[in-house]
Every structure is written in C-alpha cells, then in structure tokens.
Write a protein that binds this ligand. Sequence first.
Ligand SMILES: Nc1ncnc2c1ncn2[C@@H]1O[C@H](COP(=O)(O)OP(=O)(O)OP(=O)(O)O)[C@@H](O)[C@H]1O
Ligand SMILES: [Mg+2]
Length: 315
Amino acid sequence: MAEKLLEVRNLKKYFKVKNGMLHAVDNVNFFINKGETLGVVGESGCGKSTTGRVVLRLLEATDGEILFEGKNIREYNRNQLRELRKEMQIVFQDPYASLNPRMTVSEIIAEPLKIHKLVNSKQELDKKVSKLMETVGLAERLYNSYPHELDGGRRQRIGIARALAVDPKFIVCDEPVSALDVSIQAQILNLMQDLQQEFGLTYMFITHDLSVVKHISDNIAVMYLGQVVEFASARELFKNPVHPYTKALLSAIPVPSLKHKRERILLKGELTSPINPEPGCRFAKRCPHAHDKCKEDQPLKDIGNGHFVACNLAY
Ligand SMILES: Nc1ncnc2c1ncn2[C@@H]1O[C@H](COP(=O)(O)OP(=O)(O)OP(=O)(O)O)[C@@H](O)[C@H]1O
Ligand SMILES: [Mg+2]
C-alpha cells in the first residue's frame, strides 16, 4: 500500500483585490504518495503556482489542512518551519530570474548549504558543491562561471542542484521545463526522473502542458479556476478522461498518427471570473454539455479506479 507524503484537504487561498475576493485556490483536495509524482495541469491563472506556494508555506493558506507526513504543517511555528524548509524545496520555471546574477555557479549551489549550516568547513562545502554539480550533470569547468554564461538547460540544472543541496523529500517543480527548447526539456525531465529514483524524491510537477506530465506522473490533478476538476492516475486520465475540460485539454495535444486523429474540442464562451465567483461549476459557461444541474456546486467524487471527477455527468 502506497504511503501518502502530502495530502491537502479543503485548501483555500483567497486574495483580497479591488473588486472583492479572488478565489485562487478554492477547496482543493489531493494527495501525493511517497516517491511518486503528482502532475498538476490547467491553463494560465487556474491557481497552480498558488497551490504550490501554499503547500510549501511560502504563502499562508486561507483555510484547509496541509498534511506532510501526517502532520498539519499549517500549525507549525517558526522553528518547525525552519526544519521543514529542508524537507520541501521548489524549482522554478525561469531559472535565470531565480538565480543571483552576481554569484558563480558554485556560490549559488553552496548558499543553501550555508544557510542551513549543513557543512562544517570550507573543504566540506567545496566537496559537496562538486558532488551536487556532478549529480545534476554540470561540468566541473563551470564551477566559477556565472549564470548568464550558461544556456537555459544548464541554468535549470543549477536550480535543481540548489534544491537538492538540503537533501529534501519533496520538491514542487513549477513549470521547470516550460521555458526550455523541446530537446532540452527531455534532458531535464530525464534528469529529474533519475534523481527521483536515486533519492526517493516526491514531486508536485506543475505545468500547463498535459503532454509534459503524461510520462512522468503517477497521478494527475486537472485544475480549472482554482478547483481540481479531475484527479486520476496518468494512465487512467489519458485512457478515460471524464470531465469536459480534461477532454478539451487532451484534444489539444497533437497526435502523430493519422489513423488516430482526434477531433480538437474548441472552447467557446466567456471565462468565469475568479473574483467573488457564483456557486456552481466554473467551467459551465464554456462547457458544451452544460445544463441546469451545473448551477449547483460540483464536488470532486470518486467514480472508482482511483478516479475523481467534479462533474454531474460523471456521477
Ligand atoms: N499575490 C496575488 N494577489 C492577487 N491575486 C493573485 C496573487 N497571486 C496570484 N493571484 C491570482 O490568483 C490566480 C491564480 O494564479 P496562479 O499564479 O496561481 O496561476 P497559475 O495556474 O500558476 O498560472 P500560470 O500558468 O500563468 O503560471 C490568478 O487569477 C492570479 O491573478
Ligand atoms: Mg504559475
């Protein structure tokens, strides 16, 4: 039986904005098993990054529970949080923006080791940094290079080495390959999978691109305007998508074979605002199957096979 490393229950994050409350994350539930990857997908603004930041307690949740190894980390005090920072890390989309341009590769990777006092001497620090560079496939000659001298793939390797430095259990990967060329994307994804195997890492992998998470995810959560509308194993989701939004997302992935050509579902209709949203399905205005029942809230329900859907057509 798989063991849950992370579970969120009824998680909410609202932002106060000029016209009211923006429901960025609204009653979200999901779990991630130890050593597995949860892919989190959905279009821009649906709350993926906010969910990741709230889970890491980089942002305070409005409501709900965040259970990490069974403990509600929302209740952690400052000292407990400091310890937690070593267990949970984040890798960002744009490594360039997240790396200090005035620091060398080795200094950037050394920083978390120093902050968390994980080394006792300069010698030990140098050794650890060299080892981390080797682990993520950065050549030793880049030790004293600056981020601007490197390409996007190598910069992302620095971001990964930095996250790995503190020997975490869990990493939120927020669009880590979205800014990279397709050929480099595959290299970074392979590296991340190898590291997961080697160190038993658990990932929350955020992306707007379903095809990116297909092969690396165990489970996938599909988000729409602050809510999880479908949750299933990657295999099940691709074989048997149920929510009309998931179907539309899947239909947008190009398929190489002409024989299996898929009809692309184009979404029409206006976007529901995340500010003071009305009750009911937030996708209804764009949904080709919308009817009266969709005016009620659609809870995420178990339809069997580890598959959860928030749509009355599925119940
Ligand atoms: N600090 C903030 N104050 C107000 N609103 C915010 C804040 N941060 C995010 N939002 C809003 O919350 C919603 C979710 O944003 P978020 O960045 O989590 O989406 P995302 O799914 O990561 O999008 P993208 O794919 O573009 O990265 C958006 O409507 C966004 O405008
Ligand atoms: Mg984002």
